[in-house]
Ligand binder design. Structure first.
Ligand SMILES: [Zn+2]
Length: 236
């Protein structure tokens, strides 16, 4: 099983790894990786594997049957090869900022309006959030985003730790994304924003809210009776 280095250190950009398996010449499993596989609304990481000065571009990373698989732009790597790995940091860091921002917004939607997040997709230039909320109004949303931006100014730390399934089940607000907890997992990773928010989450996040910048809502779409879609961008 690959060690998922991004789980405990979102800031790891370079590391060494060994090739554990190669499928169809271009699909590589490593013994340890910081490349984030697409999931939880966060896109995959891109970057490079280097062996003896030869570069292999990582063009896609996904999780298949529990294994993190790196799709390369060309063949040439073999089992047991040692490679130097590097993440396209600008791309990843953008996703980290958007991901933490989306937790903060979903916290306020839940706390202030009892709204449930029904979908969330981060992109390189914007993030989309779907939520269900009774008595929606643009003014309310604006108030929540203003509050989010004030909280960002307070420089709260974002931390990671782990919690048992039983403890998570005592706190239903921990899994706000209305999906339920994955079965057969005994220990869950928890992402905390200061003492105001905690979520079961496998994504990568900034260490401090100030890294987010400023949230700006660019568009909202009516998706039915109580369902809304919002798009936001981050300003530095
Ligand atoms: Zn998340």
């Amino acid at each position: 099983m690959t060690k998922a280095l991004y789980m405990d250190d979102s800031y790891l950009k370079q590391w060494k790894a060994n090739v554990v398996s190669v499928k169809d010449e271009k699909y590589i499993v490593l013994d340890q990786t910081a490349f984030y596989p697409k999931g939880g609304g966060q896109p995959w990481d891109e970057g490079t594997l280097v062996k003896n000065g030869e570069n292999f571009k990582v063009v896609y990373v996904g999780k298949f049957s529990g294994e993190i698989s790196h799709e390369l732009d060309k063949s040439g790597l073999k089992e047991d090869d040692e490679v130097s790995c590097e993440i396209d940091w600008e791309r990843r860091y953008t996703f980290m900022r958007y991901h933490t921002a989306s937790h903060l917004i979903s916290n306020l939607l839940y706390k202030r309006a009892d709204a449930k997040i029904t979908g969330n997709q981060i992109e390189a230039d914007k993030t989309r959030m779907d939520f269900s909320m009774t008595d929606y109004s643009p003014e309310k949303l604006r108030t929540f985003v203003e509050e989010a931006n004030e909280i960002i100014e307070s420089n709260l730390p974002v931390t990671i730790d782990y919690m048992s399934r039983d403890d998570v089940l005592q706190k239903p607000e921990l899994a706000r994304l209305a999906m339920g907890l994955p079965k057969n997992i005994k220990e869950f990773r928890i992402v905390r924003i200061g003492d105001i928010d905690e979520q079961v989450d496998g994504g990568t996040h900034v260490r401090n809210l100030k890294e987010i910048g400023k949230i700006e809502v660019t568009k909202t779409v009516n998706k039915g009776k109580n369902n809304r879609r919002m798009y936001f961008i981050l300003k530095n």
